[in-house]
Design a protein around this ligand. Structure first.
Ligand SMILES: [Zn+2]
Length: 391
C-alpha cells in the first residue's frame, strides 16, 4: 500500500527538503567549463628582425582555400550550440591595420562568441621601433612593451590601452584578462581592479607568481579581482612527478576527460580549457593538425553528453552567474592536484610519438627500462634453474 505524502505528518516537508537538496546537488554538480582560445600571431622575431605573419596564418589558419583557425573552432562549438571565449591580443593594431583586427573581432562577436582581453604588450614596440631595430625593441620590451614585473603605473597605462582597444573592436568593455605567456603578478591584479576588469585567468599551477597569494586550481579573490585559474595537474611517473596544466594541444582525450572528471569530483568552482587560434593549424609547424581537430570534436561530444556534470560557458556568462551567487563558486581549495597516472602518460607517448621530444624520451626510456627488467628476470630465472640442476 502506498501512503499519499499528505497522509503522514511531516512527510511532505521531508519530501520537499529531499527534493530541494537533490536539486541543489545537481545544480552544484555541473562544473562550469570555460573554453578559452588565445587569439594571436607571433612577433616573428629572428636575429634579422621582427616580422609577424599575416592574420590569415595563425588566426584564420587558411590553407588551400580552407580555414582551420578561429572559424573552424567556432564551427565545432556552434554544431553543439556552444560558445567559446576568444582572448584576443589587444595590441595587434600596432602591426596590422586596425580595420583588419576590428573585422576579425567582429567576425567572432557576430557569431555570438565572447571576446576578452589578452595582452602581448611586446606588440606595442612595433609602434616606436622599426622591425629591424633590435636595440630599440630590447629597451621597449623592458618597459612599455611589458606588463608583469613592471610598476603598477606602467601596467595601468598599458592595460588601459588594451582594454579600450577590446571595447572599441568588440563593442563591450572586457570582463576578463589573460596575460601573454600567462604572465601576471600582484600589480597586474591591482591594475585590473583600477580598470574595473573583473577576472584574471593567468594563474597556472604552483610555480606561478600569483600562487603565492591565490589558491592553485580553485577560484579565489585577491586585490578585488576574481582569479579563474588554469587547471594544473601532476603526471605521476612512479619514480618522479611532472607538473602540467590542461591544454587542448598537449593532453590526449583520455587525459582531458580524466582531469575534468577529477575537477568535478574535487568540487572546483570552474575549469578553463586553454587552446589557441592556431591549435588546428600553425603554418610554421603543421597544418592542418588533424589529431587536434578530432580531439576537440570528441571532447565537445563528451561535454555535451555529460551535462549533468559539465556546463560549457563563456567568461562573460560565468561572470554573470558568479555575480548572482559568489558562494556557489568560491569553494574550498582541494587538498591535492588532479593527477594523470603512469598508464595514460605512457599511452600518450605512444599515440603522440612524433609530436615533441618529451614523448619520444619518455617512451624510449620506458622501452629500455622494460627490456632491462625482462633481461634481469630472464637472467635470474636461468641462474635459478642452473642452481636447481646442480643440486
Ligand atoms: Zn598568448
Amino acid at each position: 500500500m502506498i501512503f499519499p505524502a499528505h497522509a503522514i505528518p511531516g512527510l511532505r516537508i521531508l519530501v520537499l527538503l529531499a527534493c530541494l537538496s537533490l536539486c541543489g546537488v545537481s545544480a552544484r554538480a555541473a562544473l562550469p567549463v570555460i573554453i578559452t582560445i588565445d587569439t594571436e600571431t607571433s612577433s616573428g622575431c629572428t636575429p634579422a628582425g621582427c616580422f609577424p605573419d599575416p592574420l590569415s596564418g595563425r588566426v584564420y589558419g587558411v590553407l588551400d582555400g580552407r580555414a582551420y583557425g578561429i572559424g573552424m573552432i567556432m564551427d565545432l562549438l556552434e554544431k553543439r550550440g556552444l560558445r567559446g571565449t576568444f582572448f584576443v591580443n589587444a595590441y595587434l593594431d600596432s602591426w596590422y591595420p586596425e580595420q583588419e583586427v576590428a573585422e576579425m573581432v567582429a567576425s567572432i562577436i557576430r557569431r555570438g562568441h565572447d571576446v576578452q582581453f589578452h595582452a602581448h604588450a611586446e606588440f606595442r614596440c612595433f609602434r616606436r621601433c622599426g622591425p629591424q631595430d633590435m636595440d630599440c625593441r630590447f629597451r621597449c620590451s623592458r618597459s612599455e612593451g611589458r606588463t608583469a614585473g613592471t610598476s603598477l603605473e606602467n601596467q595601468i597605462e598599458v592595460l588601459r590601452e588594451g582594454a579600450l582597444n577590446i571595447e572599441r573592436w568588440s563593442g563591450r568593455y572586457p570582463v576578463a584578462y589573460r596575460g601573454g605567456a600567462l604572465q601576471a603578478d600582484v600589480n597586474t591584479l591591482k591594475a585590473l581592479k583600477a580598470l574595473d576588469i573583473k577576472i584574471d585567468s593567468s594563474l597556472a599551477g604552483p610555480g606561478h607568481p600569483l600562487a603565492a597569494v591565490l589558491p592553485v586550481n580553485q577560484l579565489g579573490v585577491h586585490e578585488g579581482v576574481l582569479e579563474v585559474p588554469l587547471l594544473a595537474y601532476e603526471e605521476n611517473l612512479v619514480l618522479s612527478r611532472r607538473l602540467r596544466f590542461l591544454d587542448q594541444e598537449s593532453a590526449i582525450l583520455g587525459e582531458q576527460r580524466h582531469l575534468l572528471e577529477q575537477a568535478a569530483d574535487m568540487g572546483l568552482g570552474a575549469v578553463t580549457l586553454l587552446m589557441h587560434s592556431f591549435s588546428f593549424c600553425d603554418p610554421r609547424v603543421a597544418c592542418p593538425i588533424e589529431a587536434n581537430i578530432e580531439r576537440f570534436d570528441a571532447l565537445l561530444d563528451y561535454l555535451v553528453g555529460r551535462q549533468d556534470r559539465f556546463r560549457v560557458m563563456t567568461m562573460r556568462d560565468f561572470w554573470e552567474a558568479y555575480e548572482k551567487d559568489p558562494r556557489a563558486y568560491l569553494l574550498a581549495p582541494p587538498a591535492r592536484l588532479p593527477e594523470v597516472g603512469y598508464g595514460l602518460t605512457l599511452y600518450r607517448s605512444v599515440v603522440r610519438f612524433n609530436q615533441g621530444w618529451m614523448n619520444v624520451a619518455f617512451l624510449l626510456g620506458n622501452v629500455v627500462a622494460a627490456l632491462l627488467l625482462l633481461a634481469t628476470l630472464f637472467w635470474g630465472a636461468r641462474r635459478l634453474r642452473r642452481r636447481q640442476q646442480a643440486s
